[in-house]
Design a protein around this ligand. Structure first.
Ligand SMILES: [Zn+2]
Length: 568
C-alpha cells in the first residue's frame, strides 16, 4: 500500500513538474552568440563575454573539454577548449586517437580581434553540427583569448589599432608587461608564453595556427597566410608551404569566395634590405626568426600557420574570412591526417639518429635572409588623395581614400628565406654549471637537459668570441646581441654539474638553434649569456662530438631520458 501510494504521489509530482523541468534538447535558438553577432559586428568580445560564451556551451552540455593553459600577469585564466568526437580531455587520450592535434590560437595581439570571435563561432558550429565533420578526424585545441590582459585594455581603434577598419573599441597589442607575445617565443619572458610552451610540450600538437590581422598595405586579399619561414623548419615549414597552403588558397577562392595570398606587404610601404631595384614594386613577407610563434613551431618539427585577416576589411568580413580559413585548414588537415602524422613521426625520429649515425646528420640553418624573388601576380588597390584632411574610413590615412580600383601587377615576390649560416649538430652541447637559467629555459621549451655527476673531458669545440655586437636600441626590453668568432677543436675539460643537452632528441634542431652562439635568434641574442661573455673569451656552451665518455651518472640516465622524451 505504502509503496504504491508513494509511486502514485511521485508520478503526480513528476507530471506537475514536467512542463517546467523536462526540456527539449537544445536547438539553435539556445546556442550562444558571440558579441559581434549580437551587436551587428560593431563590437568585439570582452574577456567576460568569452567566459560567458564558454560557460553557456558547458551549460548546454556541449561535448567539449574545458581547461586553462595558465594565468596572465593580471591573474586571468587563459581558457582552452578541446573538441573532438569522441571527446578527449587529456593529452594521452588525444594521442591514442592517432589523429592530428591542431592548436588554434586567437588574440595574441589583442587589438587584432577577429580570430577570437571567429574561433568561438566555429567551435560552436562544429560542436553542435549533427553531421560528420572535422571533429571526427582531428583533435582541436582552441585558445580563443590568449592575450587576455591586452584584450581588456579597450580604447578607440584610432588609438590602439590605427590601421584597422574597426571595431570602434579594441584592446592593445602587448600583454600587461608591455611584451609583444609574438616576439617572445624564444626568450619566454611572459607567463602567457610559458603557459603556451607547456601546452605545446604536453599536447604536442601537429599543427599550430595563429590568428592575426594585417597592419600594412592596401592589397586585394581578404586574408594572407604564411607557413613557418625559417629554413630550419625542414619538415612542417616545407610541407605547409608546398602541400597545404596552395590547396587552401584554391579552396578559399572556390568554396568560400575569398581571394587569399601569401602574407606580405608592398615594399613601397615597407622597404626590405635588398630589394630588386629593377622593379618598381615588389611584395615581401616578414621575418623567419623563431621569436615569432609560427616560425618557432616549425623548428619544433611541426606545422605552423600564420593567418592575417585584412585590416581594411570590416569586422564582419574579417570574421567571415578567418572563420572560413580556419574551417578549411581543419578540414584539409583532417583529409591529410595520415601524411601529417607521419611527418610528425619523421621529424621526431630523425634527430634521434644524429648521435649514432653521422649519415643521418641534418644540417641546421641558424641564420637566414630573403631568397631571390619569384615573379608573381599580386593584387593592389589604388588610393587617391581627397584634397583635404578628412578621414574617409577608419584605418585609412587622413586625406586619402580607397578607390575600389584593384590592379593585378606582376612583381617580384619575396616569400621565402635561404640559410646564410648552417651548423652540423654535435652529439651534445654542454652548458656551464652556473647557467641554471639556461637549463630552466631549455626545459621550458620541452628540451631534455641532463646533468653530469663528475668532471670529464671530451673531444669537441669551443667558440672563441671575436666580437660582440650589441644593438644600440632596446627591443622588448633587450639590447640584442650578435656574436662573431670561431670554433676551435680540442679536448674540452667539462666541470662536474655541467648541463648536457643531447641533440639526439625530438627537438634536436631547436637545441641547435637556441644554443649556437651565432644563431640569429638564440639564447645569446636575448642576453642569456651576457654575464659570461667578453671579447676574446670563450662562449660558455661547448660542442661535444661524442657522449660515450661522459660521467657515469649521466649515462645511467640515458635510457630513462629517451623514454621520457618520447612522451613529449
Ligand atoms: Zn598580429
Amino acid at each position: 500500500m505504502r509503496s504504491s501510494l508513494l509511486a502514485v504521489l511521485s508520478l503526480l509530482a513528476l507530471a506537475a513538474c514536467a512542463p517546467a523541468n523536462v526540456r527539449e534538447p537544445p536547438g539553435p535558438a539556445d546556442y550562444p552568440r558571440t558579441r559581434p553577432e549580437q551587436t551587428r559586428y560593431r563590437e568585439t568580445s570582452h574577456y567576460e563575454d568569452v567566459k560567458k560564451f564558454l560557460d553557456s556551451l558547458r551549460a548546454l552540455r556541449a561535448p567539449l573539454a574545458f581547461g586553462t593553459i595558465g594565468k596572465t600577469n593580471e591573474g586571468r585564466e587563459i581558457p582552452y577548449v578541446i573538441a573532438s568526437r569522441p571527446l578527449v580531455s587529456t593529452a594521452s587520450e588525444a594521442k591514442r586517437l592517432g589523429r592530428p592535434i591542431v592548436y588554434v590560437q586567437g588574440n595574441i595581439h589583442a587589438g587584432e580581434v577577429e580570430g577570437k570571435d571567429a574561433l568561438l563561432a566555429l567551435l560552436r558550429d562544429l560542436t553542435f553540427s549533427s553531421k560528420s565533420n572535422v571533429l571526427d578526424s582531428i583533435v582541436l585545441i582552441a585558445v580563443p583569448i590568449y592575450n587576455a590582459d591586452g584584450n581588456e585594455r579597450f580604447a578607440a581603434q584610432s588609438v590602439n589599432r590605427t590601421e584597422q577598419n574597426g571595431p570602434e573599441s579594441v584592446g592593445i597589442r602587448t600583454n600587461a608587461q608591455n611584451l609583444d607575445l609574438n616576439r617572445d617565443y624564444v626568450k619566454a619572458e611572459a607567463p602567457e608564453t610559458r603557459a603556451s610552451l607547456a601546452m605545446f610540450n604536453t599536447w604536442d600538437p601537429d599543427v599550430f595556427v595563429d590568428l592575426h590581422t594585417t597592419d600594412g598595405s592596401f592589397h586585394g586579399y581578404a586574408l594572407t597566410y604564411s607557413p613557418s619561414l625559417n629554413p630550419a623548419a625542414v619538415f612542417g615549414g616545407v610541407y605547409a608551404r608546398d602541400s597545404l597552403l596552395p590547396v587552401l588558397r584554391e579552396r578559399m577562392r572556390t568554396r568560400d569566395g575569398f581571394e587569399v595570398f601569401d602574407y606580405g606587404n608592398f615594399t613601397s610601404d615597407e622597404p626590405i634590405a635588398r630589394p630588386d631595384t629593377s622593379a618598381r614594386e615588389s611584395w615581401a613577407t616578414y621575418d623567419a626568426r623563431p621569436r615569432f610563434g609560427t616560425n618557432y613551431y616549425g623548428i619544433r618539427g611541426r606545422i605552423g600557420i600564420l593567418s592575417e585577416a585584412y585590416s581594411h576589411d570590416s569586422l564582419a568580413r574579417r570574421i567571415a574570412s578567418t572563420y572560413a580559413f580556419v574551417n578549411e585548414t581543419l578540414s584539409l588537415i583532417a583529409e591529410k591526417g595520415a601524411a601529417i602524422r607521419s611527418l610528425t613521426a619523421r621529424a621526431d625520429s630523425q634527430p634521434l639518429a644524429w648521435g649514432r649515425s653521422p649519415d643521418s646528420l641534418q644540417i641546421v640553418a641558424i641564420r637566414s635572409e630573403l631568397s631571390t624573388p619569384r615573379m608573381l601576380d599580386v593584387i593592389k588597390e589604388d588610393l587617391e588623395k581627397t584634397g583635404d584632411s578628412s578621414l574617409t574610413q577608419p584605418g585609412v590615412k587622413r586625406g586619402e581614400r580607397r578607390t575600389g580600383r584593384f590592379r593585378t601587377i606582376r612583381m617580384p615576390v619575396y616569400d621565402r628565406f635561404v640559410s646564410t649560416l648552417e651548423r652540423t649538430p654535435p652529439a651534445a652541447y654542454v652548458v656551464a654549471p652556473g647557467d641554471t637559467a639556461v637549463a630552466t629555459l631549455l626545459r621550458l621549451h620541452g628540451i631534455r637537459v641532463d646533468r653530469s655527476d663528475s668532471a670529464w673531458t671530451a673531444r669537441g669545440e669551443s667558440f672563441v668570441i671575436d666580437s660582440i655586437i650589441t644593438a644600440p636600441r632596446t627591443f622588448q626590453g633587450h639590447h640584442e646581441v650578435r656574436l662573431k668568432g670561431r670554433w676551435e677543436r680540442g679536448l674540452q675539460a667539462l666541470p662536474a654539474k655541467s648541463f648536457i643537452v643531447s641533440t639526439a632528441q625530438a627537438r634536436g634542431a631547436l637545441v641547435v638553434y637556441l644554443l649556437e652562439p651565432e644563431s640569429d635568434d638564440g639564447f645569446a641574442t636575448w642576453n642569456l649569456f651576457d654575464p659570461d661573455i667578453k671579447k676574446g673569451g670563450r662562449f660558455p656552451v661547448t660542442r661535444i662530438f661524442d657522449l660515450s665518455r661522459r660521467g657515469r651518472g649521466a649515462s645511467r640516465r640515458t635510457s630513462a631520458s629517451i623514454t621520457q622524451q618520447l612522451q613529449y
